[in-house]
Every structure is written in C-alpha cells, then in structure tokens.
Design a protein around this ligand. Structure first.
Ligand code: F6R
Length: 608
C-alpha cells in the first residue's frame, strides 16, 4: 500500500528519501513523490506516476535540503496521475503533507474549505489535510496538525513539513503505521522500518492517536491534545542484508529458497525436548487457562487464511479441539458469537491488514481473547492483540507470500503440540512429533532441489489459460494456496478445490487445455485422491501430481509429477506447498510478469 519516509538532519535528504522510497517499493504503489525544504529557499515538490526510477529521473541532481518527506501512493481516491501523487500542498506552497489511509469525511471538509476560497489541485481525499492544516496554522505546526486531525474521520499516518519551521517534521497516526527512527543527530519517520533500517536500528513505534514532532536532534511524542507520552526505543532485530536480493533474481525466489532457514528460526527455542511439548511464552496464558480452551477460531486473509485452515485441521486432528479458520473480511461485518472458552488467533504477516485488524477489534469488544501470529515486530495487530507469537520469518518483501506461510504453519504445529500434550497426546507421541518438526527444514531443502524439474514443467504448461488445483484434507488449503499463488503473480486463472468436490461442479472445466495440479502424498486419503486423478484423466485433463517419491501408481496416471520426501502425513503441507510456489514463480517468469510487484496488488492491505 502507500508508504511514507521522512528525514531531518545534517545530510542531504534527497537521496535518503529516494532510497527509502525504493525500499518501500515492495509494498505496491503506482506513483511517488518527495517534498524537500531546499537549501535555495522554496519547498520543492516533485511527483511522478510509475516506479521510483521515474521519480529519480525527474529529481534534479542539484536538489539539496536537510529536511523532507516522501511517499509512494496506491490509489484509492482519484486516478493515478502526477497531480494526485503525494506530497500535497496548501495554496501558499509552504506546507507539504504525505498521507497513508483514507479520510472518510473529506467530502464535507473539502466543500467547507472551497467555500472559504481554497482551490484544490488534485482529486484526492488526502489534499484536504494540507489545506486544513494551513487553515489552522498560527506559527506552530504541531498545533495546526492537532487541530486539523480533530476534524478528520478515517485512518491516517501522516508526515507534514512547513517552510516557516524549517528542519521540523510533524507526524501522526490513526490506523496506519508510523515509526520514528532515532539516529545520531538525525531523525527519520517511516511507515515501515524497511525504509530506514540502513540508517538506524533504534525505532519508536507510534500508536494510534499519537503525534510526533521531529528535529535533527530531538523528538517529542504527545497525544493529539499535546499531552506528553513516554515511549520506549526498540531495536530492530534484523539487518539490511535481509532486504537485499542476495544474488537471487527477485525477492520471491529468495524468499522461497530461504524457507529451510525461516522455518528453523520460527521453531528456534520453541520445542521443549525434555517434556516433548511446545513452548510459546508470548501467549500470556497459564496452562490452566489453555486447558480451559474448548474451541479455537482463526481469523485471517489470503495466504494467512490458508495457513489458518491448515492450523485448524491440525488442532482438530492432533489436539482434538474444535477449530475453524474464517476470513477476517467476512467476520468483520457479521455479528459473531463470542463464547468465553473460545480462543481466537489473528494470523497476519504484516500485522497491518485492515480486515484482520478490525475483525480483531470487534472480537475484542465482544470480550474475546485474541492472540496474534504476526511476522512484523511492533505491527499494529502484534501490539493490540492479547498476546501471541512472532513468526520470525524475517522481512518478506515479495508481494506474494511464501516464507511467511510456512512460518505460520510452524507456529500452528508448535501450538497444536502444546495443546495436544495437555490433552490426549502421550509423551512418546509428542517425542515423535517433535522429531518430525525438527527435521522439517531439511525436508523442505530436499524439496527445493526439484527446482529444475519444476522450471521445466512451467515451461511446458505456462501457456494454459486455466488451472485446477486439487487436494484433500490437510492438503485442501495447500491447493487453495497454490491456486492463489499462480493467479496473483502469473495472472493465469486458477481454481483451488477440495479434490472430492470436483464431481460436484468443477469437473465440467476439465479438458485437454486445462491442466490439473493434484497434491497426492502418501497419506491416508491417497486412495481417494487417486480416484479423483482418474476422474480427471478420463476426461482428457493433463495432470501434474505432487507425490511422495517415485510413487508408481501416481506416475501411471499423471502426465508429470514432482516428487517430495516422505514425512508423517500431518507434516506434508510444509513440503507440498513448495513445488506450488516454485511452479507459480516459474510460470510468471515465462510470461515476463513483474514477480515481486504483480499488478493491482499491495503487500500490506491497510484499506478495506
Ligand atoms: C498472497 C498474499 C495475500 C496476503 C493477505 C493477508 O500471497 O500475500 O493474500 O496473505 O493480504 O496479508 P497479511 O498476512 O499481511 O495479513
């Protein structure tokens, strides 16, 4: 979605802003701009549709300044044009504002301002902020921003500069993330630490309702009524290298191949070998409270929802707890029944997904205990949940989620083990489960060795217009995930289905031109899935099977197959998803798609 970066300090801010915007590129956007308090006097605002390279080309090398703000826009109100890009300015040209979020009441605010003689340059909701701040400005930017924000309904993360107060940035947040970077004699403001981690690792995560004022050497945080707020400075736990491509063609490829390590990081310190159980300190729940849980409900979106579906299956089969995973965008507008002995999980890579955040808030209002499974440390959902688990997958830059998924699975496996050991699972069974989990990274690595075979299959099949993805039981969510991956990065139409469901409709789609990718590992449903394969084959549909090793029965039916190592049947999702990720990736490459930034998508969906 949109991204913000700001700098004040002794260095020239222009390259810092442009590099920061480049680091935010992964979040998905359509235009970008910077506003710089130039050394020569005026506030220089430059905005361009397209990639950061286009903006960079438009910025004169002579543009120097010590304070500025930048923005990447993902259009909501108003088309994708240079004028609609941020920063927006007031009529005097002294104020520049960048804004993430949506101003819901911009219509009446705009009308009122226009009646006072204000002329708007853009079609955006965000521009009202610049004029509103100008309306309230009496010499102190913090006051004007506070007064303006009191009029606003909606969500925002903003950064504002004013030429009459050079070297100062005022930021505020409500529903859209903002983080202060504390440097040595310099300060940063960003919507995402990725934009500033190359400069400082000392950060302060702002909460909703907070306003920050930055100068090169100082910061002060208050609420919107200017009451001071004490905040702790946190240290970012990862390095800039983690957001470099490190020799891979793109971030998605890097992140797929990183999975053996990211899964190991998720599991690190969370398996109690002595008692053959899981250890998850951040849940903030006593054993007694965990024992009293009668039901688990998982809320999430997209890939995180698919991980939740696997988690629900696992909790039910291993821990014998009724569990379900629901789409947060759906639960949000229902009137969900919250029972006291139900435990909720909000699963999210970014920790900022609006649907999941608002669903979580609604559940909490109804008295639910909601734990988070988040990747981004300090994210809104991580902070607002009642406790939870960080996945520690490391920064995920590619829009298509891969390593976050397998790390979310790893958390569910540890949690299910913990719950199962408190209930029916014996010590010996627990030990076996722990051993299997400890070995899973190595098996994922083995699966990744199928890279070349999968690339060849992509070369064979990428011209197909439609694809079916089928799986049963715990593999059904993996089929959904495979179809989602293919759709989002290659733009090939794909449907994920429970294999047993095809005869209830989707089999009508099967013909020589529509390949079916079937997940058929050696599990207790294999015979049933083999029957589904035969049904597809009988109707002339080409089949690619993901199967355990050299499975002769599968090979006899399928046109092509991708072998994966053998594991205990509950663990297959870690392995079966990998060929599907790689297959989508290679299809997208064949089609010349922008793998890391597919069209119309954003990494973190902070709007409805
Ligand atoms: C798919 C993808 C999306 C996200 C979804 C939820 O590859 O990335 O479907 O999974 O937008 O995002 P988070 O997990 O950040 O809440």
């Amino acid at each position: 979605m949109c991204g913000i970066v700001g700098y004040c300090g002794p260095k020239n801010c222009t390259p810092i802003l442009l590099d920061g915007l480049k680091r935010l590129e992964y979040r998905g956007y359509d235009s970008a701009g910077i506003g710089v308090e130039s050394e020569k006097g005026p506030l220089v605002v430059i905005k361009r549709v397209g990639k950061i390279a286009q903006l960079r080309a438009a910025v004169p090398p002579t543009l120097q300044g010590h304070c500025g703000i930048g923005h990447t826009r993902w259009a909501t109100h108003g088309g994708v044009t240079d004028t609609n890009a941020h920063p927006h300015q007031d009529m005097s040209g002294k104020i520049a504002v960048v804004h993430n979020g949506i101003i819901e009441n911009y219509g009446p605010l705009k009308k009122k301002l226009e009646q006072e003689g204000v002329r708007f340059a853009s079609e955006t909701d965000s521009e009202v902020l610049a004029h509103l701040i100008a309306h309230y400005y009496r010499g102190k930017l913090e006051d004007a921003v506070g007064n303006a924000l009191r009029q606003v309904k909606g969500t925002y993360g903003i950064a504002v500069i004013h030429l009459d107060e050079p070297g100062k940035i005022v930021g505020a947040r409500c529903g859209s993330p903002l983080v202060v970077g504390v440097g040595d004699g310099e300060m940063f403001l960003a919507s995402d630490v990725a934009a500033i981690v190359s400069h400082t690792k000392q950060v302060i995560y702002l909460s909703d309702g907070e306003l920050v004022s930055l100068s090169a050497s100082d910061y002060s945080i208050t609420d919107i009524d200017h009451n001071p707020i004490e905040k702790s400075v946190d240290e970012i736990q990862w390095d800039i290298e983690e957001i470099e491509k490190e020799g891979f063609f793109c971030y998605m490829e890097k992140e797929i191949f990183e999975q053996p390590d990211s899964i190991a990081r998720t599991l690190s310190g969370r398996l109690d070998i002595e008692y053959a159980t899981g250890k998850l300190g951040g849940l903030n729940m006593t054993s007694r409270e965990l024992l009293a849980v009668r039901r688990v409900k998982i809320i999430a979106a997209g890939t995180s929802w698919h991980a939740g579906l696997v988690g629900a299956y696992l909790l039910e089969s291993l821990a014998r707890i009724p569990a379900s995973a629901e789409l947060s965008s759906e639960i949000r507008y229902r009137n969900p029944v919250v029972e006291p002995d139900t435990l909720y999980f909000a699963v999210t890579q970014s920790g900022e997904t609006a649907d999941t955040l608002y669903a979580m808030r609604e559940l909490k209002r109804k008295g639910a205990r909601v734990l988070g499974i988040c990747n981004v440390v300090g994210s809104t959902i991580a902070r607002e949940s009642d406790g939870g688990v960080y996945t520690h997958a490391g920064p995920e830059i590619a829009v298509a989620s891969t390593k976050a998924f397998t790390s979310q699975l790893a958390v569910f496996y540890v949690f299910a083990l913990l719950m199962a050991r408190m209930r029916d699972l014996s010590f010996i069974q627990g030990q076996r489960f722990v051993e299997e989990l400890q070995g899973i990274s190595a098996k994922v690595r083995e699966t990744l060795a199928q890279r070349d075979r999968i690339q060849n299959l992509a070369k064979k099949y990428y011209r197909a217009r439609d694809f079916l993805f089928l799986g049963r039981g715990i593999e059904y969510p993996v089929a959904l995930e495979g179809a989602l991956k293919l759709k989002e990065i290659s733009y090939i139409h794909a449907e994920g289905y429970a294999a047993g469901e095809i005869k209830h409709g989707p089999i009508a789609l099967v013909n020589e031109e529509t390949p079916t990718l079937i997940i058929v590992p050696r599990d207790s449903l294999r015979e049933k899935t083999l029957s589904n394969m035969k049904e597809v084959k009988a109707r002339g549909g080409p089949i690619i099977a993901v199967c355990t090793g050299e499975d002769e029965e599968v090979k006899a039916i399928a046109d092509d197959y991708i072998p994966i190592p053998a594991v205990d049947e509950l663990f297959y999702p870690f392995l079966t998803v990998v060929p599907l990720q790689l297959f989508s990736y290679f299809c997208a490459l064949e089609l010349g798609r922008d793998v890391d930034q597919p069209r119309n998508l954003a990494k973190s969906v902070t709007v409805e």
